[in-house]
Design a binder for this molecule. Sequence first.
Ligand code: ATP
Ligand code: MG
Length: 968
Amino acid sequence: VPGQTGELLEREEALTAIAGALAGAAGGKGGVLFLVGDPGIGKTTMLDECCRRGVALGFRVKRASCSELEQVFPFGMLDRLFDGIGAPPPPAGPTSSEARLARYTQLLGFLRQPARKALLLAVDDLHWADIDSVEMLGLICRRLPGLAVAVCGTARPWPSIAVDQARSLAHDRFAALLRLQPLSEQGSAALLTGLLGDDLAKRMEHEIHEMHEQCAGNPLLLSEMAGALARGNEPAPPAGRLGERIFLPRFAGVGGPAMRWAQAASVLGTRFRLALANQLSGLASGPAAQAVEALLTSGILRELPQGSAEFVHPLVRQAIYEDLSPVARQQLHALAFRVLADQGASPTEAAPHALSAELRGDRKAVAVLVAAGRLALAAGAIGTAAGHFQAAATLAGSFAEPRLRLDLAEACLTTGKLDLADQILREFLTEGLAPADLVAVIRLQARLFMAQGHYNDAKRRFREASQMAAGPDPALAAEALLDGASLGFLFEGQREALAGVREALDMLGAPYEARPLHPAGAGRRPARRLHVVGAPLSAVTGKVLHAHTYLSCVGGDFSELDSLARAAKASLDAGGQRSPWNWDAASGYANMAKAAERLMEAQGLFAALLEEADRQGAVLTFQSLAIGQADTLWRLGRLDEATQLLVRATDVADLAPGRAPFAWVGLAHLRHEQGDLSASQMWAEKVEAVLEKIGDSPYLRMWLSLLRCRDLLKAGEAELAARAGTVAAATAERSGILEPCLVPWHGAAIEAEVAAGHLDEAEALAVRLDEVNGPLPCRAPRAVAATGRALIAWRRGRLDEARQSFEVALAHNVQVPMPLATAETLISFGRFLRHTGEVREGRTLLRRALSVLEGTGAGRLIGVAQQELAGAGGRHRRSRSPGLLTPREETVAQLAAKGLTNAQIARALYLSEKTVDHHLSRTYAKLGISSRRQLMLAWRASATGAAEPPATASVDGPAPAAAANEGN
Ligand SMILES: Nc1ncnc2c1ncn2[C@@H]1O[C@H](COP(=O)(O)OP(=O)(O)OP(=O)(O)O)[C@@H](O)[C@H]1O
Ligand SMILES: [Mg+2]
């Protein structure tokens, strides 16, 4: 723009804000600033200044600008912004929602990478950015605190998407938002003086006042008027919308053909390809070249590389464009559309012209819009896709193909765009749909109800969908029932879900027989085991059967666990997509292997599945698996790793709220174990808030009750703690989530009842625990029950019995590599010994608890153990003394002591034999022994006089996942 003086007037506030954002980012605290203002007020100028300062401060600067016609490019703004700075290309997720999530998590991952330089992301004209980019940029801005990244964006107040986003960020204190003000009269005078020179300015003193008024202090308009004066023209007062017409006099000298050329180009946006504009202008190549030349020399156009050009200022383009008559504009867009379509340009490029040309009823136009929508959907640009489909509907008077819109609705649901999903689904119901599509619509509506927390409506909808499909398509009907079962599990628990799955099996004609399972406790219905006879008939039958097995396990019936293990192996070998929504064989088995204390196998399987999901960009599946793996790692005493995984899983919650409460409850639990009670509470409150919205969810309720019970016990509120334990117990019985390892609430509940003096209740809990655990292979619940019995006996004064029970508990604990569970027993036992006079032995156990916990980060238990130890007059040697085993060494030694060969250990732990050998020789050195036999003896001795020696070879046989590794 001519008349640039380079001097920035009256922008102290904005400069301070820029300095603030950059300083924040340079200090690793992130900084976000939005500059908002009318056209020509000086936004781009300030952004340029921000970039200059960024460079001066050593930032790596990336700048992008948006323009009107590029709004339709899926993630166009983000692609330009992150282009060329080493961000990996966005992975194509298997579904649209996953593509969206994958892009987000990948960008976050990129920004979190440690980098030598701080990064400045500068975006001009955000009001023209595509809606999906704006949304995602908003999410990213919420994640910047803690990172050396600054974001500076500019926007006009209209279109409002960008400003709305900026306001919400500013409201939540993630960003500063500044409105650029017009220049004051002095400012205007200074600007004009700078542009006109002192002499002329002095002579025009009176006019300067008028010019300020006419331009309302807008620097661009002022500069333009000054430019006209300098060229010797009579300055036209700015007229028309936003005063854009002030630019038109610039065209006075360029001549008719150049004007025509510029008009044609204005239809293509601020930036465009010269060849295309030539074509639209209708000029022959000679006159076209002359027109371009004239426009370049009169400061209307600027040349860009690769045969492109741009208008010098967006307002110049806008002025020409708006000067066209509506009919002329439409005709030019129609022409642009034809030319682009004939050239085979991408649908995305052609689509906006189809719409602007209002090509109603034009088949080709509709097809191009639908194609553009499909592309956007595949990229996860849900907002853009919705816009294209809407546009197609406007032109065609009917909607795009149901399948595409179903995909869109599904993506909206998954990514929390419930209003949009609702709208799309409602539109469907006004059309005559094929039966299968109608069933799909109703299933999605059910999911919508579920997301809105209307459980009963959702349940009814799933049922309707299934009934509708039952006659013509039993497989589809069964899938709808399976959906309903997933929902039922969340809201009512295992029993409800299992009933739905059985109905689905009936629907598919899968034969099964029911047999009684473990005896029911007093007043309880007998549990029944369902045994499926015959081979799976189809993919759907297989799916339903896996769900059935999974739910049986949750109910405490592991009889089909090995068949699930086989299915898991087959499924892992086959690869392909996994559903994060229903229970698939591989992840279902991994979860159950975890509950069945096949921990190493679970850990290995989860790791393989996580890697697969990561590779596929299947972010939702990754999230579900991460929750399972974190749970497994917690059991193995690897709390930091578990936490990291869950934190990663919660990133996705920004965009896909569905599974988030499960990740949050996991974090509440982990933080609790780590001793960070306030963080734990924060996560727990988030879960509570969800439960308040959706009603209740037994599985989540059980976890929350466990946390509450522990907190209250710690606070000495035994009665209240016992009540929290009762809630967990009642929820388990009601929901059928009886498997005692999934949510290990029994130990705390029994302890609370004992502390409250309710010994009968405590006893009943221990009895029930043994009962449900009876047929299960799990050791940890046995240890919990035995510890509970020990506490009860102690309270009743039967010390010998108590001691024996503790020893039984420990004998169970040493057989599984669960350091926290082992430490719980050791601490209780140590406390008992301390109080019954055997202080020395008590101290030994407490020290052992501390060494078991070493490296786990289990702050809560470490604190308890230390406190007990201090009470027993002992101090724990904090530094790692020689002779103390690392958790890994301990695990390896434990398995070796059980009689496993190095090869078996290697397989079980997913280590190489060499590593196992290495761990063992270090262990031998530390323990001062030289043979495996000595190790067995030492281990037995160190198990604190365990009443029964650890059974040999009772660990899990070679697991499917382990077996899969065998070949390599
Ligand atoms: N504070 C200022 N002092 C002096 N000149 C300024 C100031 N702000 C802007 N200008 C001048 O005004 C003109 C328009 O500014 P700019 O292009 O930054 O506006 P904008 O807000 O980005 O407009 P748009 O919304 O159309 O993108 C430029 O020529 C710039 O040099
Ligand atoms: Mg600008």
